[in-house]
Write a protein that binds this ligand. Structure first.
Ligand SMILES: C[S@@+](CC[C@H](N)C(=O)[O-])C[C@H]1O[C@@H](n2cnc3c(N)ncnc32)[C@H](O)[C@@H]1O
Length: 315
């Protein structure tokens, strides 16, 4: 299988229009999609060369789709390359397009580059396959007045993606009532490069901790956990464990008061592992009484997940 740079160097057919450092970005995210047939959509056809490049690069049974506002781009259709004519800034056109296309693995937005076009097109992100890549190219338009951009200007594609960073962090570890969004649940990562943003779509669930080092030997051993062993586990990450069971403000206050009684460090804000001693054990036993049945159960599930993960990953 030839890499993209080799294919680009050998390309003599229709012209395309890319920037040198994009090649490294494509290789990084596209490589794992090469072994099986995929459906790729590029908005912005130009002379049809980039669609030919994707045809040469991806699996021979892949389908390549292009969109352009210019009707003359239709002539660049060929076997396995289908072109739709329309305006990416028109929501009805995008919705009709999605109805006609098979589920898409990769979308490249290299069309008109205005803020309205890029933002509207990104609204269709949920329509991608659950494991997919979304690339928005030439995002320098977010800084250019003629495309509706401006540095830190509200409403640009880049400012929208900066806000999306907040949605990547799962809200289950917070206690302020925020909720995960569909973006949180469906996105693995957002990557920013010079003028390019890549979004990796992949279903996400609550993360579990990995405890390495053989504290426990078998999957069942957690049922015999002594309070001391339990604490050894909690010690490994007290902050994330306690936060992840969604204590409300009243509970936090009560636990803070108990903590003060035992002269302990701030369990909920101190990120350092807490040294185990009998004082901490007493604190924990008392603090546990403040948890609801559900919170205690969730706490146990989290601990069990740690054990299962640890034993599976580090038998
Ligand atoms: C930068 S070129 C695309 C380059 C091409 N992807 C390549 O790599 O060779 C931008 C293309 O987007 C098309 N375009 C501009 N505005 C558009 C819009 N609103 N909807 C769809 N396509 C648009 C232009 O006609 C032009 O062909």
């Amino acid at each position: 299988m030839k890499d993209l740079l080799t294919l680009i160097k050998a390309h003599k057919d229709r012209p395309f229009f890319k920037v040198t450092h994009y090649i490294k970005i494509y290789e990084r995210y596209f490589n794992s999609f090469r072994s099986k047939p995929i459906n790729i959509l590029e908005i912005g056809v130009f002379k049809g060369g980039s669609l030919q490049l994707w045809k040469a690069y991806f699996h021979e049974d892949s389908q390549i789709f292009g969109v352009d506002i210019l009707p003359e781009c239709k002539i660049f259709e060929e076997d396995r390359i289908k072109i739709f004519i329309g305006d990416q800034g028109n929501e009805q056109f995008l919705d009709d397009l999605i109805q006609q296309l098979p589920p898409i693995d990769i979308i490249i937005d290299d069309g008109g580059h205005t803020m309205q076009q890029q933002i509207l097109t990104f609204e269709k992100y949920p329509a991608l396959k659950s494991e997919a890549i979304y690339i928005c190219e030439d995002c320098s338009s977010s800084y250019m007045v003629k495309y509706g951009g401006g540095r830190k200007k509200e409403g640009t594609f880049i400012e929208m993606m900066k806000d999306k960073i907040d949605e990547l962090f799962r809200q289950t570890i917070l206690t302020n009532g925020l909720k995960n969004t569909t973006f949180t649940d469906s996105t693995f990562g957002i990557h920013f490069y010079d003028s390019v943003v890549v979004i990796e779509k992949s279903p996400q669930v609550d993360p579990t901790l990995i405890l390495k080092g053989g504290v426990l030997k078998s999957k069942d051993e957690h049922v015999k956990l002594s309070p001391k062993k339990l604490l050894e586990l909690i010690q490994s990450s007290p902050l994330s464990l306690l936060k992840s069971i969604n204590l409300d403000d009243q509970q936090l206050d009560k636990i803070a008061a108990i903590r003060e009684k035992y002269h302990l460090v701030d369990l909920l804000t101190d990120t350092q592992p807490i040294a185990f001693d009998t004082t901490y054990l007493s604190f924990f036993e008392e603090a546990k009484k403040e948890l609801t049945k559900e919170q205690l159960q969730r706490f146990e599930v989290l601990l069990n997940n740690i054990l299962v993960n640890s034993n599976e990953l580090f038998p």
